[in-house]
Design a protein around this ligand. Sequence first.
Ligand code: XLS
Ligand code: NI
Ligand code: NI
Length: 437
Amino acid sequence: MSSTGFFGNLAPVRFEGPDSDNPLAYRHYDKDALILGKRMEDHLRPAVCYWHSFGFSGADPFGGQTIERPWFGDDLAHARVKADAAFEMLHLLGVPFFTFHDRDIAPEGTSLREYGKNVREMAGYLQKKMADTGIRLLWGTSNLFHDRRFMAGAATNPDPDVFAYSAAQVKTAIDVTHQLGGANYVVWGGREGYETLLNTDLKRELDQLGRFIALIVEYKHRIGFPGTILIEPKPQEPTKHQYDFDVASVFGFLARYGLEREVKVNIEVAHAVLAGHSFEHEVALAIALGVFGSVDINRNDYQSGWDTDQFPTNAAEMAVAFYHLLKSGGFTTGGLNFDARIRRQSLEPEDLLHGHVGGLDACAHALKTAAKLIEDGRIGRFVEDRYAAWNSPEGKAILAGKRTLEEIAARLDREAFEPKPKSGRQEYLENLLIRHL
Ligand code: XLS
Ligand code: NI
Ligand code: NI
């Protein structure tokens, strides 16, 4: 029997190899196995999220609670039971990290002051558990979207009092993230967007958001928080249009407010799909722009158009993204957060384990595939060869700004050459991916 009793007789999940038939064993995730010379756990840095795993009641827009939990309740005693169950699950799964919003770990109470007190109290409780188990915090964040005071946004609210309230709430969340040694602090603009432009001053709201993020960055430096500040892009839902739409928009926003060297992105697979991109695209672009930070690895449903936050199952989808990640040197402070929830009908405690076991296994499978693509080397060499002509003296001179438009045109006049098109060989390259899957 587990110590909280919640997980009954379920045993810790072990690696049993690809041939195992045990549904609660890892077939690919072998945390100490070396992949390209680094432990699998150190590559993936997986994290369980507090909100979906321990806060989700099964409610959807059409119906209420389906899932029962002994820790549902709004006081510190319930919050402690919740924390006990969370750490028990982290232990059963052998997952090294967790993530939380302030609201997930502590009851709100009746005032911001009481909320802050509760959050600090629960942070102390978590700190002891972390010290006892060695489990670490991948990131903390603040819930600035649930309460009705945030209905018109937090930092982008027309009312400066809501901005101030949000700033005060974030300060506590950063303080406890720092206290718990969090590797990152995440800002997801839950309601930083608009429902209609008829009531919105777009420029003003962007300026407010720019100031809010700058306040966070300034505070981080003042208190010496060594973690990375991350913005999590999402195109819409809950608002019609969210300002942190995708990686490209977030980069443009950061550059406009001079924050592009201070803030990175937390890319969620599901949000990439909602924005009309692939996960691979968002990862590759963030790396190219120098703002890649971390990942929420939950997938979307490809038909529903909602943020369905499902556990990942598609190893091929992740492998192509992990390929770019490995090529860039892998995670630094980031990791793979399972911002994923079980379905409304998944009522048993063991359903929580099935979700994470399958999800983590799919990630490990993707990691192994990505590593094989790197070891194989043919994709990398193909891309290098494809651009090799830019290493010629003329190619270098053009990029270094040493040629004018007239000089380039004059050369064409002199040499009268015709460029020779070459095959992009997409089918051949895709087959290499399939071969290593
Ligand atoms: C919602 C977001 C949220 C962030 C944390 O869609 O994914 O869960 O990850 O606030
Ligand atoms: Ni999401
Ligand atoms: Ni997320």
